[in-house]
Design a protein around this ligand. Structure first.
Ligand code: THU
Length: 134
């Protein structure tokens, strides 16, 4: 378990912009080089445009030039689990990593990406079709 990663995910809850749900979520991803990049949920008045904390952290990490990840932590008040959309993005960008799920007091449980999203659809499904295009 990565205490520093969990600590930053918990701190990122304070950056949450969640005026509609009042559900503050923080996340942090550890890059291959050992850097930790945080994210929080950012809500929209047009609810469906909201971006979850996990995706904010991962998209921020990608935008900062990171391409390989070791672990992710997500922190909520009550230990809520990553949503389906985030499970897909975690699998796409990280493949198999530990995902630490935390409540406001700290760590609750750790699952791997494939436990969160078994039998995932991913780039390997698209490979035969990509070959046709080159
Ligand atoms: N949320 C996350 O940030 N991550 C998840 O995996 C689940 C849901 C956010 C989205 C929205 O801002 C709030 O929690 C309530 O759904």
């Amino acid at each position: 378990m990565n205490q520093k990663l969990i600590q930053i995910a918990m701190e990122m809850r304070n950056r949450s912009y969640a005026p509609y749900s009042n559900y503050q979520v923080g996340a942090a991803v550890e890059t291959e080089s050992g850097e930790i990049i945080g994210g929080c949920n950012v809500e929209s008045s047009s609810y469906s445009l909201t971006c979850c904390a996990e995706r904010t952290a991962l998209f921020r990490a990608i935008a900062e030039g990171h391409t390989s990840f070791r672990a992710l932590a997500v922190a909520t008040e009550n230990g809520g689990s990553p949503c389906g959309a985030c499970r897909q993005v975690i699998w796409d960008l990280c493949k198999e990593i530990p995902v630490h799920i935390c409540d406001k007091k700290g760590w609750v449980k750790t699952l791997t990406s494939s436990e969160l999203l078994p039998d995932a659809f991913d780039d390997s499904d698209l490979e035969p079709f990509n070959k046709l295009n080159v």
